[in-house]
Design a protein. Structure first.
Ligand code: 13P
Length: 345
């Protein structure tokens, strides 16, 4: 582990542990401007910087959010913004005991010679950007790779290129003292079965950990953020909560080393309540036998009900905040294996 100083090793290990401790999880609020605008457009909310800022202020000022959320993943625009009273978003989160982190990939771009596949960019100049982010108070970072499923895809070329980029990003993060959240996401779009998702997720994670080993990334100082093992959204055969929990945990046990402190799932377009129920089932059935924490790092499955209520209007903020608090709390219960329908009342 040549690139991590002794001081950084301790800091990275501690931060990664804190992010998955006390049954809390991560709130992903790092949608890029185009993605945030797309979600606003669906609800006919004007796509302006002012409203993106107001929306993020609604999230950051939600009372009691820190009861369930250990860290929030921000986007570059957001870390330069302030609450109406002039407090920076970073300070507002830190004051509540929520650790701020930052998305640093520059997006998934079409891969040359591989129609339908993407590779995430952003390594150029990353060392300098990470240094700046660390100075601004960020303690962790995120890089997302997307793996599409379809006829003849994903290819080895796509999986390996993304895994290589993730490992180089992770090494740079650790050098800068930031915990890398390593996010390979096998997408839910498509007709594929749960078995196919299992096979692909296993291969992707196996390739990612091989690259992390090659790049000498310290596993105690990372978090894995990945998809649950699910049938595609258009697959005629949808599976029970227990089957998804079972397949997901079996897959992770095959490929995620015990030194990794935690796995935090993305929601990927699952309904909020289903994402909570599936996470709950994994913790009920397997928690006592797993080497790592099973946590959440949801964007849509925490934010969507709140965004629907907020709808771009200041007067809706208190109700939207209640919905956000509620979803975060449901996932906190899911981590404890205590989530059920009564928690939705
Ligand atoms: P979703 O939970 O909406 O999938 O988002 C998680 C995320 O951070 C994607 O990068």
């Amino acid at each position: 582990m040549m690139n991590v100083t002794e001081m950084n090793r301790q800091k990275l290990t501690d931060t990664a542990k804190i992010l998955v401790s006390n049954h809390k999880g991560l709130l992903a609020m790092d949608e890029s401007n185009p993605t945030c605008n797309k979600r606003f457009a669906k609800l006919e909310i004007p796509q302006t910087e002012e409203l993106r800022c107001a929306y993020r202020e609604m999230i950051v000022t939600t009372p009691g959010l820190n009861e369930s959320i250990s860290g929030a993943i921000l986007y570059d625009e957001t870390i330069h913004q302030h609450l109406k009273d002039g407090t920076s978003f970073i300070k507002a989160l830190t004051d509540k005991g929520i650790i701020p982190g930052i998305k640093v990939d520059a997006g998934a771009k079409d891969m040359a010679g591989h129609p339908g596949e993407k590779v995430s960019e952003g390594l150029d100049g990353l060392r300098d950007r990470l240094k700046e982010y660390a100075q601004m108070g960020m303690q962790f970072a995120k890089w997302r790779a997307v793996i599409a499923v379809g006829k003849d895809i994903p290819t080895k070329a796509c999986i390996e290129a993304n895994a290589h980029a993730l490992a180089r990003y992770a090494a740079l993060c650790q050098e800068a003292g930031l915990v890398p959240i390593i996010e390979p996401e096998v997408l839910m779009d498509g007709e594929h079965t749960l078995e196919r998702c299992l096979e692909i997720t296993e291969e992707v994670l196996h390739t990612v950990f091989k690259q992390l080993y090659t790049q000498e990334v310290m596993l105690e100082g990372i978090l894995l953020k990945t998809n649950m093992v699910l049938p595609g959204l258009a697959c005629p055969k949808q599976e029970s909560i227990d089957k998804v929990a079972d397949a997901t945990v079996k897959c992770l046990l095959q490929v995620v080393p015990a030194a990794v402190p935690g796995v935090a799932f993305l929601s990927g377009g699952q309904y909020s309540e289903l994402a909570s129920a599936r996470l709950n089932a994994m913790n009920v059935q397997f928690k006592s036998r797993l080497p790592w924490e099973l946590s959440f790092s949801f964007a849509r499955a925490i934010q969507q009900p709140a965004m629907d209520i907020w709808h771009g209007k200041e007067t809706n903020v208190p109700e939207a905040q209640k919905a956000l608090y509620h979803r975060a709390k449901c996932n906190f219960y899911a981590r404890r294996g205590e989530y059920d329908a009564t928690k939705e009342k």
